[in-house]
Design a protein around this ligand. Structure first.
Ligand SMILES: [Zn+2]
Length: 462
């Protein structure tokens, strides 16, 4: 069966085109100003709609076990929510495995966990300790398993020391993998948290004070310099939340260093005032929400290109569970927030419709740059003939208010409840299959495929 998308405006990261798209066997096979329908084709009327590459969310945590709790969205519910928000590929960050485990241990677990995904997926490896075996395992993971990015943490139980970070950065660079980092200064967080607890300052607002933006900015600048020392290894900063960290990224980029930053909707749209609300526990995540002045600084980075991607860090712990576990102490609340279904609509509304970014920049942030940085392009993140027919059809005129009851995850809240969004994804196609139409999920468990990603290559395309 062929599928013809007719009358829409195609938008990619380079421009807009009044063209029809022909899809066959899950691929885009032709685009032209006018393709005449025949009886072999199903036709989708896309008049007045934008036709864009499906969203790629390179930062999710489905089914994650954080030791004290298990997140409520498995790969089925998580990818279902993603699909209904216009996202057609996710790259999930693996959680920590048992102490001392190999890289392959977690990969095998994640392959099992993701079998019921409804859209295509991959994983970032996680480096939770460093020894000669782990370093040797990296190259085969890239070449044989298609895992071409890895994350390490500078805080939490399996944080790496600087000596580990240097070895890992060098090894990843040699193996053709992109290093991604969760940058927060562990010592400062521990020190401040201990002081707050001593003073009985355990309400949600103190979460933000336990890890203020200097904790993050210090670790960003340190990792950037370590990457420079490790033969200029490429580096990707996850969930950037503040302007000082962004300044360090800009300085490195200006010096020609291969560094990219990701931010998330929560850091663009929510500030630490949320922690003072009666339901402040809903917003416990790390890095925490920041003072309002940081939001504008991040929007500048979104607009000027110094922030490369928008992801979500979707990690869903229900409000009920948070209250039970925290019992009045923010340090006992599991960290994370849902958002995978809202990412595109929020950025479109707040970014495009408010005149901060163009529609092409929207596509770049949500799809094309993620695909290029993480070895998926041009099969994903483009509208080129030969690429996967992973598409989102957007109605820029439709207005909606975000309510959790309309979402498709397994949680019990959204941090964006009551947000008014201008523009909305009305149809999502995953390799030519309609997986969501008008807010109704139409996909099926197991449709998603694991994507073996290409090695990371620095080049002018980035
Ligand atoms: Zn994360």
């Amino acid at each position: 069966m062929k599928l013809l998308i007719k009358g829409g405006t195609l938008v990619d990261d380079a421009g807009e085109y009044r063209q029809d798209l022909l899809i066959m066997q899950g691929k885009i096979v032709r685009r032209a100003p006018q393709i005449v329908a025949d009886e072999s084709m199903g036709v989708i009327d896309a008049r007045e709609l934008l036709v864009m590459p499906g969203g790629i969310d390179v930062h999710t945590h489905f089914n994650i076990d954080v030791g004290i709790a298990q997140s409520c969205d498995d790969f089925f519910a998580g990818t279902r929510a993603a699909a209904c928000g216009g996202t057609t590929t996710i790259i999930d960050h693996m959680g920590f495995g048992p102490a001392g485990c190999s890289l392959h241990h977690q990969l095998e677990k994640y392959h099992r966990d993701a079998a019921r995904a409804v859209i295509d997926y991959s994983f970032h490896g996680v480096i939770q300790h460093v020894n000669p075996q782990i370093l040797e395992e990296i190259a085969p993971m890239v070449q044989k398993e298609g895992i071409s990015s890895f994350k390490f943490y500078l805080t939490y139980s399996y944080m790496l020391q600087d000596s580990d970070v240097l070895q890992v950065l060098q090894q990843l660079n040699e193996a053709g993998a992109l290093a991604t980092v969760h940058p927060e200064n562990d010592a400062a967080i521990r020190w401040r948290t201990a002081q707050l607890k001593q003073q009985n300052k355990t309400a949600p607002v103190w979460h933000a004070h336990s890890r203020p933006l200097a904790c993050e900015a210090e670790a960003i600048s340190r990792t950037i310099n370590l990457a420079r020392l490790a033969d200029n290894a490429p580096l990707y900063i996850v969930h950037l939340s503040n302007g000082l960290g962004l300044d360090y990224v800009r300085m490195a980029k200006a010096a020609g260093q291969p560094v990219w930053a990701e931010t998330c909707p929560q850091y663009l749209l929510l500030d630490m005032g949320r922690y003072l609300l009666p339901d402040g526990l809903k917003y416990i995540l790390s890095p925490p929400l920041r003072p309002h002045s940081e939001l504008d600084k991040l929007w500048v980075g979104i607009a000027d290109g110094s922030i490369a991607t928008l992801a979500t860090d979707h990690c869903n712990f229900p409000w009920r569970q948070r209250q039970q576990m925290a019992a009045g102490d923010f340090t006992r609340c599991p960290n994370g927030m849902p958002g995978v279904e809202n990412r595109l609509a929020l950025l479109f509304s707040e970014g495009v419709m408010k005149g901060r970014i163009s529609r092409s920049r929207f596509v770049s942030l949500t799809s094309t740059m993620p695909a290029k940085l993480f070895g998926l392009w041009p099969e994903k993140g483009s509208l080129l003939p030969g690429s996967d027919a992973d598409l989102v059809l957007f109605d820029p005129r439709s207005q909606h208010i975000v309510h959790h009851t309309d979402l498709h995850d397994n949680g019990d809240y959204t941090p964006y409840e009551g947000f008014c969004c201008q523009g909305k994804p009305v149809m999502t196609l995953s390799r030519g299959e309609v997986v969501c139409r008008e807010g109704r999920f139409t996909g099926k468990a197991g449709h998603g495929r694991f994507i073996s990603r290409k090695p990371f290559v620095t080049g002018s395309h980035l």
